[in-house]
Write a protein that binds this ligand. Sequence first.
Ligand SMILES: C[S@@+](CC[C@H](N)C(=O)[O-])C[C@H]1O[C@@H](n2cnc3c(N)ncnc32)[C@H](O)[C@@H]1O
Length: 267
Amino acid sequence: MRRISSRLLQNNERDLSPYEKTEDSRKFFLIEPSLLRSGKSIVQGALNGDFVFSLLTVHVPLDLNSNVLDFGCGDGRVAGAFARRNFSGRYYAFDINRKRIDALQRLFKDDDRYSFTYMDVFHSYYNKEGSVKPEEYRLPYDNGQMDLVFLNSIFSHMKLEIIEHYLQEIIRCLSPKGKVWMTCYAIDERGARKRETWNYLFNTPYEKGFTNNIDDPERLVGYETDMIEAVVGKTGLRIDKYIPGYWKAERKSLDQHEQDLFVLSKE
Ligand SMILES: C[S@@+](CC[C@H](N)C(=O)[O-])C[C@H]1O[C@@H](n2cnc3c(N)ncnc32)[C@H](O)[C@@H]1O
């Protein structure tokens, strides 16, 4: 008995450092904690990646052997979820945060199915030092290369003309039957009370939309739903699905994201 409890004690006292080697650190997503999205633990991050993965499988016919683009991959939480499912296709990911991309390149260095690219693009909140204007940026992928492009919480941080430019670029890189899965804040008359409770109140006009923080507007931007639909329509993409997020409506089903979710395809 004494021996068991002292062993337990030793285990409890063990330093569960995220740098500790596991059998496969990519799968268990051991990025440095300082590079995780703010306020998240490794486990929360991984569960969040799993959640996005499961929404992808529910909303698009996700083929584990296809070409996938993770647009704005952040700390790589979704890449970790793909690795845990033994994804056998090609996973392309990029972001404008150099430290995170460097860390992900190190983590995935022995697996050439995954590629992580740093892009030196300006963003008023995420990359103030970036030298290229986002509206002039050409994605470094071939025409028709991607079967799925997903953007988890990316267009919730951008001006509308930049969104339009990126959608054009995405179309260029999308295969004929390819899908785009994206989340953003699509503002309509629903859930005003809930928005206040959640501190998501988009009460300040910013560019063609609204922000809740005029000092740092691109931390959170929302657009009226018909504006988003108009921009998507202008690029020639079709909206296959629109699932209101639980930021503004009661959560009624497990396939809802916190933000509003769109699945798009080529006409
Ligand atoms: C809220 S985080 C979401 C990160 C990731 N998609 C996730 O789900 O964890 C927004 C991300 O968008 C990235 N970002 C902002 N502008 C970008 C751009 N023009 N190109 C690529 N990534 C961008 C930021 O660096 C940040 O990692």
